[in-house]
Design a protein around this ligand. Structure first.
Ligand SMILES: *[C@@H]1O[C@H](CO)[C@@H](O)[C@H](O)[C@H]1NC(C)=O
Ligand SMILES: *[C@@H]1O[C@H](CO)[C@@H](O)[C@H](O)[C@H]1NC(C)=O
Ligand SMILES: *[C@@H]1O[C@H](CO)[C@@H](O)[C@H](O)[C@H]1NC(C)=O
Length: 556
């Protein structure tokens, strides 16, 4: 319901923006690039500083018709015409925001205060489980907070769902790399320093950041990384092939020969593709079916293996998650006694799909035992335990493992967001209307403004201090490689110690959080040992065999 309202509001905002954007004023900025000239507009930062905004700049050819299910192609020059980058582009196809989408969505936004400066650049990679989200400035990636500081912000769209992650493609990640290449080539024209680029992502965007840490294609395209609530160093067993075939089958396309299948799928409207895939998420729990694949190109080996070996882009890392992450995702089914009963009774069957591992009753039983303990049931009374499993399996454990593996090779600043603000996307409200905890993405509202994660704060809102704190840390980190001017107040993790900064109204350093919970996942899905490739190879074969088994189970 609130979603629907959001979308209506967004539509109105979009229309207003389009109307406002049509008549650029004479003093509005025009930037020259090797691709052609680009006309922007002006916006105000949180405190009223002037931001030059260039929105809707294409960074790749439209991925439509023959280019659907192909790696992105660099955009051609627009020669002597002036590109009107005066309003946000349509967002990539996804469920929900019907009127504002287009498959022609590979566009980016640039925000800067100084066109002749040499400022640190922050590139935002949006989240949304690889099926939702955008770099849209009024929807989720508003620059008003970060541009209080002297940085350049870039936000962009990449292909989502089947269009971005059909098996064999990693197209969505290749789009991200093309956007980063665009930044290298052109950001100096906007007052940005191409040698000081920070990639920042939240959720699936954060997982993407961790993939760029290890991808040989991303090498040299960035110099620091901010990871908010996500890392591809998790245990996920990924079945893009399974979901690709299910999609093909449901739209009556061939399932096995890659050429036959993609030719046929190119003829299906994106609306139909989105509609079919969205039918797979009837329980409304957070999930991530479309994902990265190892391919000897973008991703030569699983991220954990590469990071463990120290074979990655060893930039300083700022890594965080929230105290309650996905604890509340299960509340969607709180009153569904029958479903909860069935999930508890047949946990072995449900757990692999919910928590992204291959069918394994021993593992399922260990998880069930650890989280539900003596309470031999799942009901509204202990549903938060069920939520904890999502928090740890989908988000927390992967983040913890990233920190654990990367700290031997680079500086890692680790923190947990504990501050319960006035607004939360997922947490239920207490009697006094304040949220009970800090859910997934509840920290993003202090870094960027937008209708989805949190609209622009009022000047005297009681949470403004947290916006000031986080943007100060992030921009200081972007510039210097460490978040606090006083280096001693936030010490990085290193090979001998893991320290966590607990970010509540006040901050304090302490031992890392939830170690006993994550120990269970480490036990079930051991860290790479770094010894030889034989173990890795045999594990692959096992995964492959289980994937095939799962596939046939699913279709029979
Ligand atoms: C923009 O940056 C340049 C180069 O660092 C500097 O000389 C100039 O003063 C800056 N302009 C403003 C308005 O801050
Ligand atoms: C795509 O659709 C058009 C029009 O319905 C049809 O003529 C064509 O044969 C289709 N192509 C494929 C590869 O299915
Ligand atoms: C690792 O971090 C700890 C705690 O901050 C510090 O005492 C120690 O000197 C560091 N070790 C190295 C090798 O930097």
């Amino acid at each position: 319901m609130t979603c629907l309202l959001n979308h209506v509001v967004l539509l109105v905002v979009q229309l207003v923006l389009v109307v406002l954007a049509q008549e650029p004023r004479n003093e509005d900025p025009v930037v020259s690039t090797t691709l052609g000239r680009i006309q922007g507009t002006r916006m105000d930062s949180f405190s009223g500083k002037t931001i030059y905004a260039f929105r809707g700049i294409p960074y790749a050819e439209p991925p439509i018709r023959d280019l659907r299910f192909e790696p992105p192609k660099p955009i051609h020059s627009w020669a002597d015409t002036v590109l009107m980058a005066t309003s946000d582009s349509l967002v990539c196809p996804q469920t929900g925001i019907t009127l504002l989408m287009s498959e022609d969505c590979l566009k980016l936004n640039v925000f800067t205060k100084n066109l002749t400066g040499k400022q640190p650049v922050i590139v935002y990679i949006h989240g949304g489980a690889n099926v939702l989200g955008s770099g849209h400035s009024s929807y989720e990636a508003g620059p008003q907070y970060l541009l209080e500081h002297d940085v350049v912000l870039v936000a962009f769209n990449y292909r989502l769902g089947a269009l971005g992650f059909l098996t064999g493609g990693n197209y969505g990640y290749l789009d991200q790399i093309m956007a980063l290449e665009w930044v290298q080539a052109h950001i100096a024209n906007f007052g940005g320093d191409p040698d000081l680029v920070t990639i920042m992502g939240m959720s699936a965007g954060s997982m993407a950041v961790s993939l760029h840490l290890v991808s040989p294609l991303s090498k040299g395209l960035f110099h620091r990384a901010i990871l908010m609530s996500g890392s591809a160093t998790n245990h996920y067993s990924i079945h893009n092939e399974f979901w690709t075939r299910l999609l093909a089958r449901q739209v009556a396309c061939p399932m096995y020969n890659a050429f036959d299948m993609t030719e046929c799928l190119r003829n299906v409207t994106w609306k139909r593709i989105i509609e079919v895939c969205s039918q797979w998420e009837q329980y409304k729990f957070v999930n991530m079916k479309w994902n990265y694949e190892t391919d000897n190109y973008f991703l030569p080996m699983p991220p954990s293996v590469l990071i463990n070996k120290g074979e990655f882009n060893k930039v300083p890392l700022l890594v965080s998650f929230t105290a309650n992450e996905l604890d509340y995702t299960t509340l969607a089914q709180m009153d569904n006694d029958l479903l909860l009963h069935d999930i508890y009774e047949n946990f072995d069957e449900y757990a692999p799909e919910f928590f992204l591992f291959d069918y394994n009753p021993l593992k399922s039983r260990r998880i069930k035992e650890f989280y539900f303990g003596q309470k031999q049931e799942l009901s509204a009374d202990n549903i938060e335990k069920f939520g904890n499993i999502f928090s740890d399996s989908i988000i927390g454990h992967g983040v913890h493992r990233l920190v654990d593996l990367a700290r031997k090779h680079t500086k890692v600043y680790y923190s947990r967001m504990d501050y319960v603000g006035q607004r939360s996307l997922s947490a239920p409200l207490k009697e006094d209307k304040s949220p009970v905890g800090v859910g997934h993405a509840d920290d993003l509202q202090y870094v960027m403004s937008g209708l989805w994660y949190g609209t622009l704060l009022d000047k005297n809102h009681k949470d403004v201090f947290m916006m000031e704190r986080l943007t100060e840390w992030y921009t200081h980190f972007a510039k210097n490689g460490y978040p606090m001017p006083d280096e001693k107040s936030w010490t990085p993790c290193n090979s001998t110690s893991i320290k966590m900064l607990y970010n509540d109204r006040t901050i304090k350093m302490g031992p890392p959080a939830y170690v006993s919970r994550y120990a269970v996942w480490d036990q079930l899905f051991p860290k790479p040992t770094g010894k030889g490739t034989a173990i890795v190879a045999s594990r692959y074969l096992l995964v492959l065999a289980l994937a095939l088994a799962m596939f046939s189970r699913g279709l029979l």
